[in-house]
Design a protein around this ligand. Sequence first.
Ligand SMILES: Cc1cc2nc3c(=O)[nH]c(=O)nc-3n(C[C@H](O)[C@H](O)[C@H](O)COP(=O)(O)OP(=O)(O)OC[C@H]3O[C@@H](n4cnc5c(N)ncnc54)[C@H](O)[C@@H]3O)c2cc1C
Length: 311
Amino acid sequence: MKPAAFDYVTPRTVAEAVAALADTDRKAQVLAGGQSLLIEMHYRRARPDLVVDINRVADLDALRVGDGALRVGALVRHRVFESPRAAPGPLGRLLSLAAHHIAHPPIRTLGTMVGSLAWAHPASEWCTVAVALGADIEVRGGDGDRSLGAHDYFRGPHLTTREPGQLITGVRLPLLEQNTGVGFLEHRRTHASFAQIAVVATLTVHDGVITGARIGLANAADRPVRAVAAETSLIGAEFDQVESEGQRADAGPFHRAAGLAAERDASPRAQPYADVDYQRHVVAVLVRRTLHQAAADLRADAGRGDSGDAG
Ligand SMILES: Cc1cc2nc3c(=O)[nH]c(=O)nc-3n(C[C@H](O)[C@H](O)[C@H](O)COP(=O)(O)OP(=O)(O)OC[C@H]3O[C@@H](n4cnc5c(N)ncnc54)[C@H](O)[C@@H]3O)c2cc1C
């Protein structure tokens, strides 16, 4: 099918883009990578009467490190993050793991991290990373600049706290301290399809004790969620116990955390291809495996000699 008729503008500055979006008489939509919007328009599920193409807006493709965060501009493509060098230390490794799970290379070449945050699909890798890390989403509207915390930004499938007329200019992801291990795993039906369930995990260890844990779940609810009960259960656990858990999968801190994530943190909806019990089972398996992946990453980083303290 072809899209319904629409007008098209190509602003050169953020101010021009915001002015175009401010026209409340029109149903305006931003065009970034087009990898979700254009499909919706072709199926006529989206019928904007004005498309504001931001691809010529200067400086939106900038990636900057400063003030303890990586600032990702609205035109930075998924593909940039395939390299772990796109961000320093563990954050770069985490973004690289996640990026490789998004669709396939042509889509990663065009699609943007910020476009994913705007689109707010419950299975989105970037949305789940943003929630797990506590990112700040920067928007500009007619009343100036605002920062929206990712922890309560997502309100349901394709629903967020962003108001109509607000352009997302970028997102700030906090850098992760050096003695942090990272993991990202996904269960999906075909190679390039959206995740049935995906898990992001980070583990921080000081003097052999887990002092920090962040776990995000994709598609385990109507929005990406942080597995707070699972995270809390890990704080204070001895990192050595994790080694012995590797031999016995039915006991230990990661097993306990996986159960809490599945039963307390996830709230899956029945799907045609998977009932709720099955999805909780997948959450538990993936959380345990992703935590082991993060533990292995921490040990490998300590082996490279640049972590200082891996327990
Ligand atoms: C075959 C296929 C497989 C895919 N698989 C995955 C997957 O596994 N995981 C995944 O996460 N995604 C997947 N996607 C979606 C893809 O990642 C998109 O790139 C992404 O969801 C949207 O980014 P975009 O830059 O293309 O945004 P666009 O398509 O240009 O825009 C998407 C929406 O966000 C709005 N928007 C975009 N940028 C801004 C902004 N700066 N401010 C305000 N609003 C904005 C648009 O108006 C529109 O409503 C897949 C897509 C396809 C076609």
